[in-house]
Design a binder for this molecule. Structure first.
Ligand SMILES: Cc1cc2nc3c(=O)[nH]c(=O)nc-3n(C[C@H](O)[C@H](O)[C@H](O)COP(=O)(O)OP(=O)(O)OC[C@H]3O[C@@H](n4cnc5c(N)ncnc54)[C@H](O)[C@@H]3O)c2cc1C
Length: 301
């Protein structure tokens, strides 16, 4: 979507929000799929209430993009403008066992910085790409660790009230790849509380998780991680593998040979190809196992 009203554009930029017209979005996603849209880069959190007011008053629909590692965007011009948070300086601040992290910060870099301050617990999350905001939204987790466990406070812009508020960790439900944030909440910053641990011990845990990931995932190919959530008590990857679907493809959208729940863009896959592959695999799993797989990747539609 393009913002063409010059008065609206002037009001947006007066808030210190950067307007990037008709940006190609595929390079902003780990799948490398997506059309174009205007992107609004929010440099100061305080600008959000006024920005959202302007977008609402002008009936300009918007969506929020973090690090782009868990989304499937449509192919052509998007019917929304895209909001993103600019990285802040400093991104991470330490106070005893509390770590204050900006939501634009990268999750992996945050885990490493915490390790250097002898704060552990998040080793399992080291290889999860994307931002802290995306990790909070998805309750990112791996190898028995999920970010929600460490969350004590979240600073969030609530579209429902039009205000920036602070939620206590206990007020938020963190479940398997699901959280109780409202769909139009925008997370801005978080306070995590992490256990003290010697750096060398954390580093050892990080190495083990990195090795496990390298051994099982197609890390040098374009993907969004697991495409489906695991059904209760089951494994989506195992079911897809048992159906012999590794390598199965629609155009350049392909089930990874390495991990059957990773669908990769092996060249110039379109969103339409990926959606067709997702539907095809889902219906085969339904027919064989009677299980309805739910997407883990967020499909913008
Ligand atoms: C190779 C690979 C491996 C992966 N492995 C794992 C894994 O082990 N475990 C795991 O959980 N995930 C994994 N993922 C998926 C992905 O990395 C996580 O879901 C990640 O937390 C998404 O963060 P992001 O910033 O990229 O979010 P995006 O993809 O940009 O967004 C995802 C959703 O979160 C919303 N969102 C993002 N930021 C904010 C914010 N600040 N406020 C409000 N909403 C926001 C977006 O609107 C969107 O709906 C993997 C992905 C890849 C490519």
């Amino acid at each position: 979507m393009r913002i063409t009203d010059s008065k609206l554009l002037a009001a947006i930029t007066a808030l210190g929000v950067e307007h990037k017209p008709a940006l190609a979005l595929a390079p902003l996603t780990s799948l490398g799929i997506g059309g174009t849209s205007d992107v609004l880069l929010i440099r100061k959190h305080e600008a959000l209430p006024a920005l959202i007011r302007l977008l609402r008053e002008s009936k300009t629909p918007y969506r929020f993009l973090g690090g782009g590692s868990n989304v499937l965007l449509p192919d052509s011009e998007l019917p929304w403008v895209v909001l993103q948070l600019a990285r802040q300086d400093p991104e991470v601040r330490f106070e005893g066992n509390s770590v204050y992290v900006d939501c634009a910060a990268e999750l992996g870099r945050t885990v490493t910085l915490c390790a250097k301050h002898d704060l552990g617990g998040m080793e399992g999350l080291i290889g999860v790409p994307g931002s802290i905001g995306g990790a909070l939204r998805m309750n990112a987790g791996a190898y028995g660790t999920q970010i929600g466990t460490f969350v004590r406070e979240v600073t969030v812009f609530r579209a429902a009230t039009g205000r920036i508020e602070i939620l206590r960790g206990a007020e938020i439900n963190f479940e398997y790849r699901h959280t109780s944030f409202a769909p139009d909440d925008i997370m801005l910053a978080v306070r995590l509380e992490l256990p003290s641990k010697p750096y060398s011990e954390i580093l050892q845990g990080i190495r083990i998780c990195n090795e496990k990931r390298r051994a099982s995932q197609p890390l040098n190919q374009k993907s969004a991680g697991c495409i489906f959530k695991n059904p209760p008590g089951g494994s989506a990857g195992r079911m897809i593998d048992e159906l012999g679907l590794k390598g199965h493809h629609v155009g350049d959208a392909r089930v990874s040979d390495r991990h059957a729940n990773f669908f990769i863009n092996a060249g110039h896959a379109s969103a339409a190809d990926m959606l067709k592959l997702i539907d095809d695999v889902r219906s085969r799993v339904r027919e064989r196992y009677g299980v309805e797989l739910e997407e883990e990747v967020i499909v913008w539609k």
